[in-house]
Design a protein around this ligand. Sequence first.
Ligand code: ADP
Ligand code: MG
Length: 240
Amino acid sequence: MLKIEDLWVSIDGKEILKGLNLHLPQGETHVLFGKNGSGKSTLLMTIMGFQRYQVKQGKIYLQGRDVTELPTYERARLGLGLAFQRPPAIRGVKTRDVLFACAGTKPYMPLVEQYNFTDFLDREVNYGFSGGELKRSELLQLLAQDPSMVLLDEPESGVDLENLEVVGEIIGRLLQKDRRRGHREKSGLIITHTGFILDYINADSGYIMLDGKIPCQGNPREILQHLKQYGYEECARCLR
Ligand code: ADP
Ligand code: MG
């Protein structure tokens, strides 16, 4: 579904990703851990194709197709969808219009009603939204878009306990967690700080990002357990 080979990326002249490799088969969900500033958001923004993130070397393949040079909207058309860590507010554009654009010909009102978002339809996108409302808005846009490859950047950040359950439920739905392993079509790559998402979805694999690379992959729960116990410093020592 998603394959990344020897990816080197710079932002404003600063090298962030340094030879990153990743392989994510269709129907699987992988989680990415890494301390602040290690380049996790950079990876997702680069996969989505934002121009500020300059690919110096390497390739990104989506379902076998080289998308490294494609503009963001074409990647979205191919089934790539991203929920931002910090979603931008867009003055002058209503939430309704963005949902409409995401959904295309699909109906989006049932989703809006189910997740109690009717009152937000005529508000400007993300403007003045609380942390939990921001994430709900982002995830509703993704549900409306219904991407086949879902990228989530710290979906739990800034969300209170009450909203956390809704966020977990929506993510489970995005990734077809009601289906059995091997019967899912949707794939996911999720950045998490706390690992909260592991309680809602059964992630298939976990990575640790360190110094712009992914040097370590394994069982996500085991990785989280080790990180909680020993921290990222121990991780760097182990890999040396
Ligand atoms: P993470 O999501 O893992 O916390 P990021 O991908 O957001 O990390 O950032 C990786 C590094 O890139 C950080 O050191 C950050 O300060 C740096 N960075 C991000 N944006 C810019 C920029 N516009 N100019 C220079 N450095 C940047
Ligand atoms: Mg980040």
